[in-house]
Design a protein around this ligand. Sequence first.
Ligand SMILES: NC(=O)c1ccc[n+]([C@@H]2O[C@H](COP(=O)([O-])OP(=O)(O)OC[C@H]3O[C@@H](n4cnc5c(N)ncnc54)[C@H](OP(=O)(O)O)[C@@H]3O)[C@@H](O)[C@H]2O)c1
Length: 246
Amino acid sequence: MSDAAAPRVAVVTGASRGIGLATALRFAREGWLVATASREPPPPGLGAAHLLHVAADLSLPGDCARAAEEILAGLVGRALGALVNNAGMSPKSGHRERLGLLHSTPAQWREVFELNFHAPVALSRGLAPALAAGQGAIVNVTSIAGHAVHPFAGSAYAASKSALSGLTREMAAELAPLGIRVNAVAPGEIATGMISRDYDPLVARIPMRRMGSAEEVASVVFRLCGEDFAYVTGSEVFVTGGQHLF
Ligand SMILES: NC(=O)c1ccc[n+]([C@@H]2O[C@H](COP(=O)([O-])OP(=O)(O)OC[C@H]3O[C@@H](n4cnc5c(N)ncnc54)[C@H](OP(=O)(O)O)[C@@H]3O)[C@@H](O)[C@H]2O)c1
């Protein structure tokens, strides 16, 4: 039985920095407990809200399965209110050209798909019973690059994010009868370690004429997991300052 007065619990992958860290901090600030999974732990700051960290390379299927098991064990019977599939990688070519089909290796494509696509599948499957118990929400962090060719994002990355957008639709339909909502947030250019000074010229094509912050993505993720969005599933919210309009 869930205790209505007990704090809700969110799982955030890739919370050691960037959008994931901002998301974990937002949930913590709102009174949630947070479980995290990435290779490095988040920096101090989550305080007592940090329920547990699983050190895992989520590009490895074995680590994904272990992460789901360790998170379930760490919940000690608590239900889950949210799963944020945020961990991701966007490999670049190293010589100022898009990492397209012709100059990338099968190993690179597999690693990108393992982390950006198969990890969300595995974690969502593994944590579904706890999410159903909590009538929780899943948010997949996709990308503007999954919807149109991007000047810097590589082909494997873009295709993996398109697949994650499609997965959001499939999971939303399948998990709705269990009471689990599934949505996606598609960031545009967000000032984190994933982007470099090379991205600065892109600001000119963003209608709002600036990059976004990790906190601006985190607030959308957080709101999607709350009661105000209780009848929203299978949606993808663009957090792009309008860049996706062109
Ligand atoms: N920044 C943008 O402009 C932008 C735009 C569109 C979409 N996104 C998406 O937003 C998400 C977060 O991106 P970000 O900008 O915050 O990137 P970031 O600053 O590079 O952070 C990436 C996070 O993913 C984790 N991660 C990377 N490889 C991992 C692995 N093998 N196993 C487990 N965790 C791993 C990292 O943790 P460890 O290194 O500690 O493992 C880190 O916490 C990604 O899915 C990205 O594709 C970002």
